[in-house]
Design a protein around this ligand. Structure first.
Ligand code: PEP
Ligand code: MG
Length: 324
């Protein structure tokens, strides 16, 4: 099987009915980045910047951050890299940074919430990304946004850093694109305003599912209780991709769903065309894509969205079996 996945590497991620799918990689460690070429991925759809921070014994200064981000861009060999700003707090703690204990860490002081309250950290991180990109494309993405106003705060910090670099005569990223993660359900009802402000969206289905069903993503007792292939979740995802399409803005799914062939099939049927996943998902998902009749899957999933099933997994699996 490994060998047949390797053979897929140079073949396009195109469905049987001719639709091209962007296959991207999630990364954090430098080692993940060496997989970009190996896996035949089109780029890094999610670079989790907190990972290099977590493996250090002290907070990386500006110079070390510039090095981390430059190395990531170099390893990606000219393919696009989406840098997510720090998503710490919750279960991801930096040993050299102090947090107050939240009773519900996943819903506590984490990610963008810390970046907004500690703007010096955000400023430094953005400055390092701008310097690392210097003259090359830069994509920055903000995690755990819950309100439009948070995007405006983050954007203002970014604009200020760009202006500062420009005034200092340093080369600017070219082009610069800004995105947000859809991880908190409240964003759905603010999508019109959000889409006017960003260049792209990325669905963090791990957190989105956890907040959608109020079901801890790490709880073994709940692991099988709610399914991302439930009608409610799929309707929600469909609503999100429709809005992004109507606004003409690219949207990716970068949660674990995107790397599981059956879940990925459902995402494509709902209208997603960009999937970002761990290296191990690329072969199996690409193999699914190449055997998929997308138009048929699209028609089929629409018949399921309003059924009362707990999960559509079984139906989708038998559809997948029947149609190759
Ligand atoms: C997600 O929540 O789906 C996501 C991609 O972010 P993380 O897994 O890093 O929280
Ligand atoms: Mg997340």
């Amino acid at each position: 099987q490994m060998q047949s996945y390797a053979a897929l590497r140079d073949l396009p991620a195109r469905t049987k009915d001719g639709v091209d799918i962007a296959m991207l990689l999630n990364a954090g460690m430098l080692a993940d980045l060496t997989h970009v070429e190996e896996a035949g991925a089109a780029g890094i759809g999610l670079y989790r910047t907190e990972i290099p921070f977590m493996i250090r014994s002290a907070y990386p200064d500006l110079k070390s951050q510039v090095e981390i981000y430059s190395r990531a861009l170099e390893r990606a060999g000219g393919r696009p890299v989406v840098f997510r700003t720090l998503d710490v707090g919750g279960d991801k703690r930096l040993p050299y940074f102090s947090y107050d204990d939240d009773e519900n860490p996943a819903m506590g002081w984490r990610a963008m919430r810390i970046s907004i309250d500690r703007p010096a950290m955000l400023r430094q991180q953005l400055r390092a990304m701008i310097r690392a990109a210097a003259g090359r494309p830069l994509s920055v993405m903000f995690p755990m946004v819950a309100e439009v106003a948070e995007i405006d705060v983050a954007r203002a910090v970014l604009d200020m850093e760009i202006a500062r670099e420009e005034a200092a005569g340093r080369p600017l990223p070219q082009p610069l694109s800004v995105g947000v993660m859809i991880e908190v359900p409240s964003l759905f009802w603010q999508l019109d305003q959000i889409l006017q402000r960003v260049d792209f969206l990325s669905v963090g289905s791990n957190d989105l599912l956890q907040f959608f069903f109020a079901s801890d993503r790490g709880s073994p007792l709940l692991a099988d209780r709610y399914d991302c292939l439930s009608p409610a979740m799929l309707c929600f995802l469909r609503g999100i991709v429709e809005k992004a399409d109507a606004a003409g803005k690219p949207i990716t799914v970068c949660g674990e769903m995107a790397g599981r062939p059956l879940d990925a099939m459902a995402l494509l049927a709902l209208g997603f065309r960009r999937l970002s996943m761990n290296p191990a998902g690329i072969g199996p998902v690409k193999s699914m894509v190449r055997s998929l009749d997308l138009a048929q899957a699209q028609d089929y999933i629409l018949t399921l969205l309003h059924q009362p099933d707990h999960s559509l997994r079984r139906k989708l699996r038998s559809f997948a079996k029947d149609y190759g």
